[in-house]
Design a protein around this ligand. Structure first.
Ligand code: GLU
Length: 482
């Protein structure tokens, strides 16, 4: 069997992170099985669906690296891939069901249904099933009433039996007899309902596996009835657990950004986003947390989804961003940093070698490229502010000795930057000649050379600091210490 899966978003808004995850799972499953991943746009809700949102969702999917081989923008052998362009297909199939005696026209108006409800017992969910009044109408009679201009919906005859779904995540799910009554498949205006067109499309598009959100589980019983009415075999299902916030409520705007687009605009790396989404609800066979899509695709399986809801925690996503950032090749680091650092920043005036060294160091210390200007302050900022921490360090009897020595060597610098070896020489001199060791040595050097009480390793940041800045800084500090 050739695996064919689809992601079927409704273009009524931005791509939700939960939708991004569903798309990703389908895509990875297709990749793992050498199958095809399809994008189908479910835009029958004409009032809320727009082409703009469709385009935006496609752009966000592309950004995630989830590429479809069939879809509204690229075509394919089972198109059209937009439900709004398939209305006739749904109508034709509904009429086929009428011919097969599996569906019928129902002329009951909303008011009549409402009035009759009071005589019906509600089911356990408090809803009322259609009482079947039009089920027995002959086709002749229905046709006459239609010809006379009476409005009708089309209802499927719901078989009185229990349905059992073998779901890849939920296990065996029972839908007891009588759970649903004869339900509408085509509205009176000719528009199909979700449970009908979703099935017709999956069937005609030869979808073999449906991986979708758990909230669709209860729809499945109606969908199984439609397959059965056509004598068609339903696909295999995997209903994946919900994404929730830290408060265990369904993920919503009050938990922060919920659309893929927002994360994209906030400059998250797509590799981090896909890694995070993938392991939210699916577990790696080797229990790995950090991986790329290419690494995971061959290992992806439909049987490793977690049953319990997954907590979307933006701090974990941020951490993952850092993990992926540090793995980027140097060319990408350079390109991304170039964009993220403001144009007037002295970073841009430095040599390619300096930039490489700088990024090779800072990639391990940032989660996002936009943190670079702040992180690089210690390299280019010669302003000096006395803090309680510095006052303390300057009060040690060792610090003025260190300052005196460093002011001398720094003022004599003739190269634009010092080397790591030069830094070692300076600390060795202080250790061996001035006999200052340990904390007084390192904190003293840091205070004099960076004007800070703590920070990243001096051995790395000093060779990145222009000698001009070092000079200005040590002289200001020496002045302040007098
Ligand atoms: N259009 C549905 C949704 O956005 C997709 C349902 C399905 O995947 O079967 O939730």
């Amino acid at each position: 069997m050739t695996v064919r899966v689809r992601f079927a978003p409704s273009p009524t808004g931005y791509l939700h992170v939960g939708g991004g995850r569903t798309a990703l799972y389908n895509y990875l499953f297709a990749k793992a099985k050498g199958g095809t991943y399809i994008l189908r746009v479910e835009d029958t809700d004409e009032a809320r669906s727009t082409r703009e949102f469709e385009d935006l969702q496609i752009a966000d999917l592309k950004w995630l690296g989830v590429h479809h081989t069939e879809g509204p923008d690229v075509g394919g052998p089972y198109g059209p891939y937009r439900q709004s362009e398939r209305k006739q297909i749904y109508l034709d199939h509904a009429h086929k069901l009428i011919e097969m005696n599996k569906a019928y026209h129902c002329f009951c108006t909303e008011e009549e249904l409402e009035a009759r409800k009071k005589d019906l017992p509600p089911d356990e969910n408090g809803s009322y099933h259609y009482d079947g009044k039009c089920r027995g109408l002959s086709k002749d009679e229905s046709n006459k009433r239609l010809a006379a201009g009476e409005k009708a919906v089309i209802r499927l005859k719901a078989p009185a039996k229990t349905y059992v779904l073998k779901d890849h995540v939920r296990g065996e799910v029972n839908f007891p007899e009588g759970m649903v009554g004869d339900f509408v498949i085509i509205r009176s205006g000719g528009l199909p309902v979700f449970n009908f067109c979703n099935v017709i499309d999956d069937w005609l598009m030869k979808i073999t596996h449906v991986i979708r959100a758990e909230e669709h589980l209860s729809n499945t019983v109606r969908q199984l009835m439609v397959y059965e009415a056509f004598g068609a075999t339903p696909p295999e299902y995997a209903h994946i657990s919900l994404l929730i916030g830290k408060d265990r409520q369904k993920l919503s705007k009050r938990h922060g950004a919920t659309s893929v687009n927002q994360y994209r605009e906030e400059t998250y790396l797509p590799a981090a986003m896909t890694n995070y989404l993938c392991q939210l609800g699916w577990s790696h066979p080797e229990e790995k947390d950090i991986f790329t899509m290419d690494e995971v695709a061959p290992l992806f399986s439909i049987d490793r989804f977690n049953k319990s809801p997954a907590i979307f925690d933006v701090e974990k996503l941020n951490f993952m961003n850092g993990q992926h950032l540090k793995k980027l090749p140097i060319e990408t680091l350079l390109k991304q940093a170039d964009q993220a650092v403001p144009k007037d920043h002295p970073y841009h005036k430095q040599s390619p070698e300096w930039k490489m060294e700088c990024l090779n160091f800072y990639k391990d210390h940032i989660l996002f490229f936009k943190e670079l200007p702040e992180s690089m302050k210690v390299l280019f900022d010669d302003s000096f502010e006395m803090t309680p921490e510095l006052t303390d360090i300057f009060s040690w009897e060792t610090t003025p000795k260190i300052a005196e020595y460093l002011v001398g060597v720094v003022n004599n610098l003739t190269t634009p930057f010092i080397t790591a070896a030069q830094f070692d020489d300076w600390s060795n001199h202080i250790k061996n000649e001035l006999k200052i060791k340990g904390k007084p040595l390192f904190m003293g050097m840091r205070a004099v050379l960076t004007a800070q009480g703590h920070g990243k390793e001096l051995k790395f940041i000093l060779p990145l600091t222009p000698s001009e800045i070092l000079k200005k800084r040590v002289n200001k500090i020496a002045g302040a210490m007098k």
